[in-house]
Write a protein that binds this ligand. Sequence first.
Ligand SMILES: Cc1cc2nc3c(=O)[nH]c(=O)nc-3n(C[C@H](O)[C@H](O)[C@H](O)COP(=O)(O)O)c2cc1C
Length: 167
Amino acid sequence: MKQTAIVYGSTSGNCENIANKIDAALGIDSANVFTASQLDASKIASFDNLLLGSSTWGSGDLQDEWYDGIEVIKSSDLSCKTVAVFGCGDSSGFSTTYCDAMGTLYEAAKAAGADMIGAVSTDGYTFDDSTAVADGKFVGLALDEDNESHLTDTRIAAWVAEIQPSL
Ligand SMILES: Cc1cc2nc3c(=O)[nH]c(=O)nc-3n(C[C@H](O)[C@H](O)[C@H](O)COP(=O)(O)O)c2cc1C
């Protein structure tokens, strides 16, 4: 596996726990797992693969730690990099903006030229709308620690198995 970073934004720890679980499943050095507030151009330059994660806040917004980080992504040339996105939200309480932040990360990385991997079927999820859905699939790994935490480990394992050969 090439140099891989996991970058996340998390307010109450859910997305952070998910990042750490993905880290453990991939066997990445824990030094390469850090918050989006620490993301800068030099960090991006030192990795081949980026796994970008955010919980969704407000009404479909990125988690706060992405405030500057999303601008770093937008201003980077990711054309030689592979990127996958993940996110957590509340598919019941925020059913019309479920995991929208993951869609925002996806669009920014895709526009910056990254090779995007890791789309996931929406089968088995219940929600009304999400900007993280494109062509009938989630653009990355959508998780719901508020209502479906019992499914998290299985969903992570399946996603990691799918993306690992491309990393
Ligand atoms: C005020 C508030 C707004 C939220 N807005 C959304 C939303 O628009 N879409 C969504 O999917 N989840 C939303 N959530 C749910 C959180 O994303 C969810 O609880 C998540 O697991 C928090 O992860 P974190 O601890 O990593 O920040 C919201 C939660 C709160 C309390």
